[in-house]
Write a protein that binds this ligand. Structure first.
Ligand SMILES: [Mn+2]
Length: 424
């Protein structure tokens, strides 16, 4: 399904008068409004290929119908999202779930939707059919050199697929860990992981990055070999300048101060990628901004501050991606909501009165400093984000247009009600 430009234009015409009233009211209070709009237009968030179908839990999976049956259809779905919000111009592939058959044709297909390929993701947390050795007890950290080599070879294969598609980064998330005290030698596990990652690092093209993701628990529940940002940072530092840390918002213990982690990693030049989602308890993979939007804003505040301090382009300096599991919402609607929440938090961070904040911090004026952040957070910037969409040629209200244009029922008509996308 392709959304006709005229449908978007008609939708915007209907909503334009109300939008303009709200935008003009808001813009009158934002001195650098044009600069903020330019940054909002430029800011895109990659969509992972595994988030386009219904997710599941270990208890069940309830498919919504019309799910993409192939990599081409996954690209079509990201194309739909991008047409609706002009904020998702890339797709992040998971290997082996989305191995491209004809690479040139896949690139051309993506190009027709205005898309390119973001970081490629390896998978050493599952055994594939007919796999010679098992990842049951880990991959890059394994006691058996043969298993480690299998996992290294897989990651190098993923790099090759990524190179062919024009990707510039490899994301590595390891399930490696232990569930019981005494199960593993933690020092050996870490050193094996370092040695294995070194072999992968050595195979990276010069202009690539490896993004090392951490997670405190799950699927194992006693130790995870790359369990926190310190362990990821340690590995990234040992490996070299192409290695960086990836922060997934759901991969922290409750109440962790993620904004402080972000600030320090940026300061050290070691923040490479970001996975957006939200959670109440653990790695819940809920819609970004659905549970704690203030936390998301505070993280964006540190991101903007840290990127500006280093002179890094907000849109291109880091690898931005959504990493959620859509269990009960339509995945495409969920992704539209997530992108909206990300852009709202980003816009709020962009309107913080930075000179006043710096002055208040220098004076140790706690009340004024906190008040400046709260003022930005409590500003309703939705019209600003909508204006950026309008200027980019997208829909003023993407979810409304998605419903009005009956996208899901059209997809069910095209693909069937019982299709199941590959993924989690
Ligand atoms: Mn992640």
């Amino acid at each position: 399904m392709i959304l006709d430009k005229n449908i978007i234009a008609e939708h915007n015409d209907q909503l334009l008068a109300d939008h303009k009233r709200r935008f003009d009211f808001l813009a009158a209070d934002i001195p650098n409004v044009e600069a903020v709009l330019d940054k909002l237009v430029a800011f895109n968030i990659a969509i992972p290929s595994w988030a386009l179908g219904t997710g599941g839990t270990r208890f069940g999976r309830f498919s919504g119908g019309g799910e993409p049956r192939s990599l081409e259809e996954k690209i079509d779905d990201v194309g739909l999202l991008h047409a609706l919000n002009r904020s998702s111009n890339s797709i992040s592939l998971h290997i082996p779930w989305d191995i491209p058959g004809n690479t040139a044709a896949i690139i051309e297909h993506a190009k027709q939707h205005g898309l390119h390929f973001d970081a490629v993701n390896s998978n050493t947390f599952q055994d594939q059919p007919n796999q010679a050795l098992s990842y049951k007890h880990g991959s890059l950290h394994h006691t058996d050199k043969g298993v480690r080599q299998l996992a290294i070879d897989h990651n190098i294969e993923v790099i090759k697929y990524g190179e062919a598609l024009g990707s510039k980064a490899l994301s590595v998330w390891l399930a490696d860990g232990s569930s019981f005290p005494g199960q593993i030698n933690m020092r050996n596990a870490f050193n094996n992981t370092h040695e294995s990652l070194q072999a992968i690092y050595d195979a990276l093209p010069e202009d690539w990055k490896v993004l090392i993701e951490y997670k405190p628990y799950e699927p194992y529940f006693y130790s995870t070999t790359i369990g926190d940002w310190g362990q990821s940072y340690l590995l990234a530092s040992k490996l070299g300048k192409k290695a960086t840390t990836l922060v997934d918002l759901g991969h922290h213990l409750p109440n962790t101060n993620i904004e402080q982690i972000v600030a320090l990693l940026l300061s050290e030049g070691k923040l490479g990628g970001f996975h957006f989602n939200d959670s109440k308890y653990g790695d819940d993979d809920l819609t970004t901004g659905s549970i704690n939007p203030y936390k998301l804003f505070l993280i964006f505040n540190e991101l903007v501050e840290g990127l500006d301090a280093k002179g890094i382009n907000h849109a291109t300096g880091l690898s931005w991606m959504i990493d959620e599991s859509h269990n009960i919402k339509d995945p495409l609607e969920d992704l539209l909501m997530a992108v909206e929440a990300i852009k709202i938090s980003y816009a709020q961070a962009l309107i913080v009165d930075t000179p006043a904040l710096k002055a208040a911090q220098a004076e140790n004026d706690v009340v004024v400093a906190e008040g400046l952040l709260q003022h930005a957070y409590r500003t309703d910037v939705r019209a600003l984000v909508a204006e950026a969409r309008l200027r980019a040629g997208a829909a003023l209200n993407p979810v409304k247009l998605y419903r009005d244009a009956a996208v899901r029922s059209t997809l069910i008509g095209e693909r069937g009600a019982n299709t199941v996308a590959t993924g989690l």
